[in-house]
Design a protein around this ligand. Structure first.
Ligand code: TMP
Ligand code: MG
Length: 208
C-alpha cells in the first residue's frame, strides 16, 4: 500500500516544524516508514534563489518569486510520487497553501496565485495549526526573515482561512506541544486506518 501524503500548514511560529518531526518519529515508532520534507526546499537551484530572497539578500518581483516557490514544488513531484508509491508516508512542512496565502497577503490576486500549483499531487490530509497572531508573538517574536512581521502575518492568516476547505483538519496550536501532538496523531491515525481499497490513488489534482 502506498504511503500517506500528509501536509502541515500554519503561520510562522505555529510549531509546524517541531510537530512535523514529532509526527515522523511517532509514525516510525508505530512501525510505519515515514520521512520529513519541507517547502521551500532551499537546497535546489530554485530553493537557493528563494532562500536569498527570504534572507533579504536579493530582491525579486512578487510574481516572479511566487512562481519560483511553485517551481520548487513541481520539481519535487516525481520524487514525492515515487516515495509515496514505495510505501513511505511523507510529512510535509508547508505546501501550495502557504504559497497562495503568503503571495495573496502581499496583494497578488488569490486566483492568480493558485494557478501555477493547479495539478500538483493532492495531499491526503492537511492539518492546519491554528494560532492567533498574539499567541505567535508571545513565542519570542518573529525572526529576521522577510514576511516575519505582525502586519503581514495577520493578512496571511486571513488568506489561509479563505483556502480552508472540508478536507482540512484544524488543530488549536495554542495548546501545549503534547496536546497539539495528540490532536495531530488522532487525525493521522484515522487516515492511516483506511484500507488498501479505500485509500484513493495518488492524483495530480490539486485545485482541479
Ligand atoms: P519556512 O519558514 O517554513 O522555511 O518558510 C519560509 C517562508 O516562505 C515563510 O515565511 C513562508 C514563505 N512561503 C511562501 O511565501 N510561499 C511558499 O510557497 C512557501 C512554501 C513558503
Ligand atoms: Mg520561517
Amino acid at each position: 500500500m502506498r504511503g500517506l501524503f500528509i501536509v502541515l500548514e500554519g503561520c510562522d511560529r505555529s510549531g509546524k516544524s517541531t510537530q512535523c518531526h514529532q509526527l515522523v518519529k511517532q509514525l516510525q515508532a508505530k512501525g510505519y516508514s515515514a520521512q520529513y520534507r519541507n517547502f521551500p526546499n532551499r537546497t535546489t537551484q530554485t530553493g537557493k534563489m528563494i532562500d536569498s530572497y527570504l534572507r533579504q539578500a536579493t530582491e525579486l518581483d512578487d510574481h516572479a518569486v511566487h512562481l519560483l516557490f511553485s517551481a520548487n514544488r513541481w520539481e519535487a513531484m516525481n520524487s514525492i510520487k515515487d516515495t509515496l508509491e514505495s510505501g513511505i508516508t511523507l510529512v510535509v512542512d508547508r505546501y501550495a497553501f502557504s504559497g497562495v496565502a503568503f503571495s495573496s497577503a502581499k496583494g497578488l490576486d488569490l486566483n492568480w496565485c493558485k494557478q501555477p500549483d493547479v495539478g500538483l499531487l493532492s495531499p491526503d490530509v492537511v492539518v492546519f495549526l491554528d494560532l492567533s497572531i498574539d499567541e505567535a508573538e508571545k513565542r519570542g517574536g518573529y525572526g529576521e526573515e522577510r514576511y516575519e512581521r505582525r502586519e503581514l502575518q495577520t493578512k496571511v492568516r486571513n488568506q489561509f482561512m479563505k483556502l480552508k476547505d472540508d478536507t482540512w483538519k484544524v488543530v488549536n496550536a495554542a495548546q501545549s506541544a503534547e496536546q497539539v501532538e495528540k490532536g495531530i496523531w488522532s487525525i493521522v491515525e484515522a487516515a492511516l486506518s483506511t484500507s488498501t481499497n479505500q485509500r484513493k490513488s495518488l492524483l495530480y489534482s490539486l485545485w482541479k
